[in-house]
Design a protein. Structure first.
Length: 203
């Protein structure tokens, strides 16, 4: 049976990616996770873009698992802060912060920025890497919105910025979207869907 590794340790993201990849399961491809392997160490996310970091992660895990691998990188980009936190979205304060710390840190950074200048994007880059051919294929998608002045919650299940992000398309907080609305704007889902034909040809 052909296999694909979903290379993420974020449980919520793992569930989301598995759901997006169901068309592969229907084609007989087994979806494996990092729990199925004895991975040594962690990739050094030294890239300056989401694409570079997604490639680093995909190659790191694929080289150990010895099977085609899908990895991602993404985060929040705030226009008034010149695209910050960007690739540092998880480590914005200078360390691996908790969801609550990241929310509070973002609000502090934005406290002097007026409502009309609080535009931002949530970005996600998905990378497929085949260790047999040493080839990368990536796709990046985004969602436009604005940053609120206070969070809807601190219980964000690994997605802290969703509690601050108002989706432009629906003028609604990301974490307040209905399942149908979320399906329409899900940037990670869109990126994965774009890669499914490539994956089918390369696993």
């Amino acid at each position: 049976m052909n296999k694909l590794l979903i290379a993420t340790s974020n449980e919520a993201k793992k569930i989301e990616m598995k759901h997006a990849l169901l068309p592969l399961v229907e084609k007989g491809i087994a979806l494996l996770t990092l729990d199925d392997f004895s991975i040594i160490g962690e990739p050094v996310e030294s890239g300056g873009t989401f694409e570079e970091n997604a490639k680093i992660k995909a190659q790191f895990y694929a080289n150990q698992a010895k099977i085609p691998t899908l990895a991602d990188d993404g985060g929040l980009m705030i226009d008034a802060l010149n695209g910050a936190p960007g690739v540092k979205s998880r480590r914005w304060p200078g360390y691996e912060a908790t969801d609550r710390e990241l929310i509070d840190f973002a609000l502090d950074k934005m406290k002097t920025i007026p409502k009309e200048k609080r535009t931002a994007q949530l970005r996600a880059c998905i990378c497929f890497f085949n260790p047999s051919t040493n080839e990368f294929v990536t796709n990046e998608q985004g969602i436009e919105g604005t940053i609120s002045e206070k969070p809807t919650t601190y219980d964000t299940n690994g997605y802290p910025y969703r509690a601050l992000f108002i989706v432009k398309k629906f003028n609604t907080f990301y974490d307040g979207l209905t399942p149908k609305e979320h399906q329409k704007i899900n940037h990670r889902l869109k990126a994965i869907q774009q890669l499914i034909p490539v994956i089918l040809k390369n696993v």
